[in-house]
Ligand binder design. Structure first.
Ligand SMILES: [Fe+2]
Length: 288
């Protein structure tokens, strides 16, 4: 018998992001997936209200944090992995192809020479199929590129954290127009997820609920195959790519892409402070 993981979700209404704590039982080990660092773009101020809710839960369940996992370098929120590691411990991990994302954005942001695009800002780089332990649970990294080249889904027994691949069936799929994104690749990644057993629980990284329904983040492989508006069973790769390209052409950049990416490729650490002790984010003009 494999243990059934407990999955606790935290929905952030400011960025529509869902963060998770996954574990076997109270008092044991856990992994935290895609934690959010609050950021107010008007003031340039970060805060930890959302992350502290996760930390409070971890403490209340008497959990020891083994892993702080990122499904990818998010463009819509800043990661709280660095902050949470500081107060709770654990190792920060992301997909190994993050190095490609770091190279692209080191150039776009003209980052300091000492920023090494080698993944060294993270404690561990995960490769496709790699299995790590979360207490008695086995967590497998599944490479699911397409939204970004470094996207990973994380499979823990019967639960999969899908990152930005699938959204809830009535919302569809993630955009593929960021650097290194590709709708053909995303289609194949989605097929990989939909080839898992029908009862597999799928946990979304975001929800953008249509008018009239509240935010949701859990579905199953069977529900996605039956009803996903972009990739239900029967949709061909060519049909999906045409839909995705047409839709992506209409989408504005996410509000927080510029602050988020330059923090998230540092594993959620802020840039090094300048001589006056203040850390600055950059806005590249006419570059994106
Ligand atoms: Fe994303």
């Amino acid at each position: 018998m494999h243990p059934v993981p407990v999955v606790k979700a935290f929905f952030d209404p400011a960025t529509w992001t869902v963060s998770y704590v996954v574990y076997a039982e109270p008092g044991g080990h856990c992994a935290i997936v895609d934690a959010v660092l609050d950021y107010d773009p008007k003031s340039g101020r970060t805060s930890t209200t959302s992350a502290d809710q996760i930390a409070d839960y971890v403490r209340a369940q008497q959990l020891t944090v083994q892993w702080l996992l990122e499904t990818h370098a998010h463009a819509d929120h800043l990661s709280a992995a660095h902050y949470l590691r500081g107060i709770l411990g654990g190792k920060i991990a992301i997909g190994a192809p993050i190095t490609h994302v770091q190279k692209v954005f080191k150039s776009i942001f003209h980052l300091e020479d000492s920023f090494a695009p080698d993944g060294s800002q993270f404690d561990h780089l995960l490769h496709d199929g790699e299995v790590i332990a979360v207490g008695p649970l086995s967590l497998r990294a599944l490479s699911v590129p397409g939204h970004t080249p470094a996207c990973m889904a994380y499979q823990v027994e019967d639960a999969v954290f899908v990152g930005d691949t699938l959204f809830m069936p009535d919302v569809g799929t993630a955009r593929c127009d960021f650097p290194g994104g590709d709708p053909h690749t995303l289609y194949q990644s989605v097929q990989r997820l939909l080839s898992l057993p029908d009862t597999t629980r799928l946990f979304m990284c975001h929800d953008y609920p249509p008018a009239g329904r509240s935010a949701q983040w859990e579905t199953t492989v069977a529900e996605q195959k039956a009803a996903n508006i972009h990739v239900h069973k029967g949709v061909t790769e060519a049909e999906f790519v045409a839909m995705r390209q047409a839709r992506d052409a209409t989408l504005a950049m996410p509000n927080l892409i510029l602050p988020a990416v330059q923090v998230n490729i540092r594993a959620g650490a802020l840039p090094p402070p300048e001589a006056n002790g203040v850390a600055y984010l950059k806005i590249p003009l006419n570059a994106l």
